[in-house]
Design a protein around this ligand. Structure first.
Ligand code: GAL
Length: 397
């Protein structure tokens, strides 16, 4: 069975807990993923990030779980996670020390891969801190890829070199199943919108088997936890983050404390249409139509005038081909002011003369907006977006 056939889904400890991780926490999170229906919605990987080991390797040169945090060892914990029908993920780093100063896998790749496999690890996040200046980044990710393969176990390789050396051009060929393309996400609006804007142009290399990883979600964290810097997001901003990650077809690794998550965020991250868009098996990236087209209010202007004016970066209109004849259409308003965004249907390949229209359903409200042809002008509040699922229909059928 191919690994990462579709964008991997799961939960990771870093965003909320940082170094405050333990056996009990991971078991509770596993329980929650099952009892609250995350597993059944498709979230499969439960990943322990940095700070799980002792500061020193043992006499045999092996990594050792911190016995205070993980008193039953990793194999026992992995067995528990597996018994819940989930997959177990862990973390190491391509440098000589992890970002938090724990031993990592430079020159220990094959030993560590074997250790992880012996514990029943299914997913390895592989970071880039403290990488020697003389080291070759590509070679070392390739080395860990080979080390994981040498174990004979299916271990999803989640490379995390923060976008160094344009990983979208080579991580797929180095055997990674996903690759972090940016620095760390912080729990605020500017952070996630910057990540999205920086990666939109790189998404055509993100598809079955190897995905661009725009980092773990902060949805629902509300400024609490390890990456809570800046202004706390509103519900609409978190909804935008989740919907953008879905629209981009990138991995969804939840970062909030699921045990204390408000019900609206739980519902958002299990939203069937959003997950269906994220998991669409064709893995096509969204097609940018027009950036910053603000409707003037007059759809039928005088000769030589346009029904829209351009305010660069204020809004994006994106269109994504899905399987089965469906499309996703997004109007994203990055500005603070409510904006009427302007789309000419001819710009997405539907001239009036085609005789075809798009039948449009609002993903967030499930409302059927009927057929749209010629032009479409949704009103989008500031820092919010509209997301539609569409199908082709005869304009006058
Ligand atoms: C960063 C990485 C984060 C987290 C952290 C742990 O380099 O991007 O996602 O893993 O290290 O120290």
């Amino acid at each position: 069975m191919m690994m990462a056939f579709r964008p991997p889904l799961g939960w990771n400890s870093w965003n909320t807990f940082g170094d405050k991780i333990s056996d009990a926490l991971i078991r509770e999170m596993a329980d929650y993923m099952v009892s609250h229906g995350y597993r059944d919605a498709g979230y499969e990987y439960l990943v322990i990030d940095d700070c799980w080991s002792l500061r020193d390797r043992d006499a045999a040169g092996r990594l050792v779980p911190d016995p205070e945090k993980f008193p039953h060892g990793m194999k026992d914990l992995a067995d528990y996670v597996h018994a819940k029908g989930l997959k177990f993920g862990m973390y190491s780093c391509a440098g000589v020390m992890t970002c938090a100063g724990y031993p990592s896998s430079y020159d220990h790749e094959f030993t560590d891969a074997e250790t992880f496999a012996s514990w029943g690890v299914d997913f390895l996040k592989y970071d880039f801190c403290n990488f020697p200046e003389t080291g070759d980044c590509r070679t070392r990710y390739q080395t860990m890829s080979m080390a994981l393969k040498s174990t004979g176990r299916d271990i999803l390789f989640s490379a995390c070199n923060w976008g160094q050396k344009d990983p979208w051009t080579w991580m797929r060929s180095a055997g990674a199943h996903m690759y972090r393309s940016t620095g760390d996400i912080m729990d605020n609006y500017v952070s996630f919108t910057d990540i999205f804007k920086s990666q939109l142009k790189n998404l055509s290399m993100s598809a079955n088997g190897c995905f661009n990883d725009m980092d773990m979600l902060t949805v629902g964290m509300g400024g609490k936890g390890n990456v809570g810097f800046g202004k706390v997001c509103t519900y609409e901003e978190y909804r935008m983050q989740f919907a953008l990650w879905c629209l981009c077809g990138v991995p969804l690794m939840m970062g909030a404390d699921l045990r204390n998550l408000a019900p609206e965020y739980e519902a958002l991250m299990k939203h069937p249409d959003l997950l269906r868009i994220n998991q669409d098996e064709e893995c096509r990236p969204p097609y940018p139509i027009r950036m910053g087209a603000v409707f003037t209010g007059n759809p039928d202007p005088k000769e030589g005038e346009m029904p829209w004016r351009s305010i660069p970066d204020s809004s994006y209109t994106l269109f994504r081909h899905l399987s089965g004849g469906e499309f996703a259409l997004a109007f994203i308003n990055f500005s603070e002011a409510e904006t009427v965004i302007h789309l000419e249907m001819v710009d997405l390949g539907l001239p009036v003369a085609s005789g075809f229209a798009l039948r449009v359903k609002d993903v967030f409200t499930s409302e059927d907006l009927g057929r749209k042809s010629d032009y479409f002008n949704p009103k989008v509040p500031g820092h919010d977006m509209k997301l539609y699922l569409c199908r082709l229909e005869k304009a006058n059928g």
